[in-house]
Write a protein that binds this ligand. Structure first.
Ligand code: KG4
Ligand code: ZN
Length: 348
């Protein structure tokens, strides 16, 4: 059969709280066109965070309408789709199952090839939409609600773990500090908005493991230090709006300083030609700007790339893009072999 110039991939994401479905055109030359990218976000007003049972029900209710919307916006039907890509892990098991079982059902009924995708590989792949041909070796800082890790890549689709968090993930720390300040879930965007109006030098919160010789992270102590600071301050007088902004800015400064210093150190050690930022925390402007600034100063020949807006946090397009090289090679999974794995690893 003659290979088509563009393969249309339906990407399905349901590993955490948001249901994402996209149609992505994968071109034979390795480039991409995001034709549609629809997100059904969950309302956290009642739960105040992700509750697996509630999130799974949200996916079950939204997955078919979201697939329909993604196809409608692409002006396509399911018969125009060449392959389906679905997140098989890591994530919440009940949530992953909704995506995987839906994808398996559609793939079986419509006889469409199916591919299981690693969610963290997909966060890296979200940068390939605008930068499909990057220089290797690359260092990826992946910072999300569940993970914080430094991953090395010698070439596309090859990953090795350089460092990881020993306790809380960076996004988790943002979410917990936001909660302490009475901000809604997810807290990252609220903290970063407040931080723009605060003084980042006001409080010196710890920068855990910033000078350790390894590439691991630890954010639990930082979170606790902010908690004690808020508790002590509240004992004297209620926290003012300006104090909240200063706490947000100072806390964010600690996280950004650690993430950037370790990423640059790892990039130097690995002689990286490219530094990739991925995961929900990559939406943070202060992190993006600092990494670009320090990267340009300390490694001028190394390019720092950041996902396009809309592709930072979980979405269906990154799942399709992650599967694209395999789709273009015709390397599909056996439908019955795809199993969800909440602890699926990207690299060892
Ligand atoms: O990758 P993601 O969408 O979901 C997971 O796979 O976990 O990441 C969500 C995380 C949340 O912890 C959220 O607070 C954080 O990303 N986040 C941010 C920002 N936007 C989202 N953290 C810091 N600054 C932001 N602007
Ligand atoms: Zn994610």
């Amino acid at each position: 059969m003659e290979k088509k110039e563009i393969q249309y991939i339906l990407g399905i994401e349901s590993s955490c709280d948001d249901t994402g479905v996209a149609v992505v055109g994968a071109h034979a030359n390795g480039e991409f066109t995001v034709v549609s990218n629809i997100l059904a976000t969950q309302n956290h007003e009642v739960t105040g965070g992700v509750v697996p049972e509630v999130a799974a029900r949200h996916h079950a209710q939204n997955i078919i309408p979201t697939i329909e919307k993604a196809l409608a916006e692409a002006k396509m039907t399911i018969d125009d789709i060449d392959a389906i890509a679905v997140t098989k892990g890591p994530g919440l098991i009940a949530c992953l199952l909704v995506g995987v079982e839906t994808a398996k059902t559609i793939a079986t009924i419509k006889n469409i090839p199916l591919l299981g995708v690693n969610h963290m590989a997909a966060h890296i792949a979200s940068t390939f939409v605008e930068h499909p041909h990057i220089a290797f070796p690359a260092i990826c800082l992946l910072a999300s609600g569940g993970h914080t890790m430094l991953v090395g890549m010698e070439k596309k689709e090859s990953y090795h773990l350089i460092g990881t968090t020993r306790d809380d993930a960076a996004g988790e720390a943002f979410d917990k500090v936001a909660k302490m300040l009475g901000l809604p879930y997810p807290g990252g965007p609220h903290i970063s908005a407040l931080a723009t109006m605060g003084d980042k030098e006001k409080y010196h919160f710890p920068r855990p493991m910033i000078d350790s010789p390894d590439f691991d992270f630890s954010f639990a102590g930082l979170k606790t230090s902010v908690l004690y600071h808020i508790r002590d301050q509240k004992a004297i007088s209620p926290i003012s709006e300006q104090e909240k902004k200063d706490i947000a800015a100072s806390f964010q400064e600690s996280i950004v300083a650690v993430l950037v210093k370790k990423t640059i150190a790892a990039a130097k050690q690995q002689n990286a030609k490219t530094i990739i930022l991925g995961g929900g925390v990559s939406a943070n402007r202060a992190l993006q700007e600092r990494l670009q600034e320090i990267g340009a100063k300390e490694m001028p020949d190394t390019k720092v790339i950041i996902p396009s807006p809309g592709l930072f946090t979980d979405n269906g397009a990154m799942i399709a893009v992650a599967a694209a090289p395999r789709v273009l090679r015709g390397e599909y999974d056996n439908i019955t072999d795809i199993e969800v794995n909440p602890k699926l690893r990207l690299a060892v």
